[in-house]
Design a protein around this ligand. Structure first.
Ligand SMILES: Cc1cc2nc3c(=O)[nH]c(=O)nc-3n(C[C@H](O)[C@H](O)[C@H](O)COP(=O)(O)OP(=O)(O)OC[C@H]3O[C@@H](n4cnc5c(N)ncnc54)[C@H](O)[C@@H]3O)c2cc1C
Length: 501
């Protein structure tokens, strides 16, 4: 069975020397190394060994409740006990009050160690963000401590049979009776919609309290249990059989007059949900990075031991001596490292709050570029390992299956491509595109001619009435430049640090 090695040094290097995390007022390099290093040890020792177990066993629906694979409840208990669920929750509410940028380091390692468990636990920071921004004081006081201590896990309940990419088609109804909101309807594909590892579940549900379209949608907080301990009217009607992520229960949920609380303003549901979704998009981008890094690690270690073929002198060699194998390993490495830098840059800029147009433009670019990178590297890792890559035993095929979902959820990559070609280019009168071009130019003078070409194409596309047919090609071009810019910044930082040593 393959051992998981957290890419700790690469993560810390990217945060410190490339993304410039020290520009953040609350940043402390030593603390970051300690916190992320601590999590890396926990992930390697306790979380990762469950990855293959979870893949083989999967989740079960028994008596209307989801049962997680063996060992998951124990490890989640340790995770919660050590306070990891409260990393970004303010100290006043029982959390560690640390930066979301630090969370990113933890999150990537978590995904590489066990994407399924990360998927069930990782919607909490987004939920915390929603409550801090849109929740009332009473809601924050009631729920933030419970999320920080790991008593509650949270879900993001958007998708319905008729409402996938198009959330304006949501039909789940929210009706207020005697001052209590009640939800009725069906949600599908809800990650962690039920499980038996946390005491309760806090569902964030997008439901229709008004008329048609997105303006009729509001955001609700719906607990799996009422205050008196009885079950709320939310039940799991099925869990999906999937290609990968077998230990992450993907649930169909029936809301049958379930009691709920409104979060924020009525009709402001999509806006509030976007807070969670923007967090989740970078988190999914980091899942892609994690799969790329895992692919690179599996491939590199295997290739350093596998003897096949001979060198020019007739001596047997390990396969990493072959140029084609070395090329594939280097590509996996590059996809992981450049993608990580891109995400870290976006996260640091978001935390600084001084370049909102750039962050808004970069978020879908990170999601698309890094999830494509994860799939490509996971695929190449199998190729490096030859027939053994195709076997279950070595972990590369699970990495490939688990990586695939990242391009689908949190908005399909096709939808993100459309967003960039439409809203992205129109954003603030083109300010997002200008900020992105400036970011590319600042990365390296080598990109100057290509950036000029991209700007000309962006200007043309901005005048096209329906750019849908050109969206994919434009997104590919955009992501290629973004990854090249990230790579240039990484290489420059490596030279700087080496020169200073
Ligand atoms: C394992 C898993 C976990 C999930 N977890 C959650 C969760 O926790 N919460 C949640 O709410 N949802 C979740 N989802 C749902 C996921 O977000 C949706 O599957 C995704 O948004 C796509 O919706 P859809 O499946 O209905 O596909 P569709 O919307 O039917 O899309 C199918 C294809 O058509 C394309 N397409 C659709 N509309 C357009 C358009 N206007 N322009 C261009 N192309 C278009 C898409 O890009 C895609 O290629 C999960 C799904 C899976 C499989």
């Amino acid at each position: 069975m393959s051992t998981f090695h957290a890419p700790l040094d690469d993560i810390l290097f990217s945060l410190r020397h490339v993304a410039g995390a020290e520009r953040l007022p609350d940043w402390d390099d030593e603390l970051a190394a300690e916190v992320i290093g601590h999590f890396a040890s926990f992930a390697e020792g306790r979380i990762a060994p469950l990855d293959a177990v979870g893949d083989a066993q999967g989740c079960r629906l028994e008596g209307g409740r989801v049962r997680m694979p063996d060992g998951f409840a124990e490890v989640y208990g340790e995770l919660a006990e050590q306070g990891w669920q409260g990393l970004t929750v303010p100290e006043d509410f029982g959390g560690m009050g640390l930066s979301p940028v630090m969370q990113a380091g933890v999150s990537e390692i978590f995904s590489g160690a066990n994407h399924s468990l990360q998927m069930v636990a990782s919607l909490v920071p987004g939920c915390v963000g929603v409550l801090r921004r849109f929740g009332s004081e009473a809601q924050q006081a009631a729920y933030l401590p419970a999320l920080a201590e790991g008593k509650y896990l949270s879900t993001m309940a958007l998708t319905e049979p008729g409402a996938g990419s198009d959330l304006s088609a949501i039909r789940t109804r929210a009706v207020q009776e005697d001052g209590i909101w009640r939800l009725t309807g069906e949600k599908i594909f809800i990650s962690g919609g039920d499980q038996d590892i946390s005491k309760g579940i806090l569902h964030l549900v997008l439901a229709r309290s008004g008329g048609e379209g997105v303006r009729g949608l509001s955001l609700f907080l719906c607990l799996s249990e009422r205050a008196d301990g009885s079950r709320n009217a939310v039940s799991v009607t099925r869990i999906e059989e999937k290609m990968g992520l077998h230990a992450s229960p993907t649930c169909q949920l029936a809301f049958d007059g379930a009691e709920a609380e409104l979060i924020g303003e009525e009709g402001g549901g999509l806006k509030a949900m976007f807070t969670m979704m923007n967090h989740a998009r970078i988190d999914v981008a980091l899942q892609g990075v994690a799969h790329a890094a895992r692919g690179a690690d599996l491939a590199r270690r295997y290739a350093a031991e596998r003897k096949q073929g001979r060198d020019a002198t007739g001596q047997p060699v390990t396969i990493d001596a072959h140029a084609d194998v070395a090329r594939m390993i280097a590509t996996c490495d590059d996809l992981a490292r450049s993608g990580r830098v891109l995400c870290h840059l976006a996260l640091v800029e978001e935390a600084l709050g001084t370049a909102p147009d750039l962050v808004e433009f970069l978020t879908p670019v990170c999601k698309y570029a890094c999830t494509e990178a994860g799939m490509k590297a996971a695929d190449l890792a199998i190729q490096v390992m030859g027939g053994y890559g195709y076997l279950r035993e070595y972990g590369a095929e699970q990495n490939w299956r688990d990586a695939r979902i990242c391009a689908i959820y949190e908005g399909t990559n096709g939808i993100h491509a459309r967003t960039i070609a439409t809203r992205g280019l129109q954003l603030n009168g083109g300010a997002g595109a200008r900020a992105f071009a400036a970011f590319l130019r600042d990365s390296t003078p080598d990109l100057a001619a290509d950036v000029a070409g991209w700007e000309a194409e962006a200007a043309r596309l901005a005048t096209v009435q329906d750019p849908a047919a050109e969206a994919h090609a434009f997104m590919e071009r955009t992501c290629d430049l973004a990854m090249r810019a990230a790579r240039a910044r990484l290489v420059a930082a490596e030279k700087r640090v080496a020169a200073a040593a």
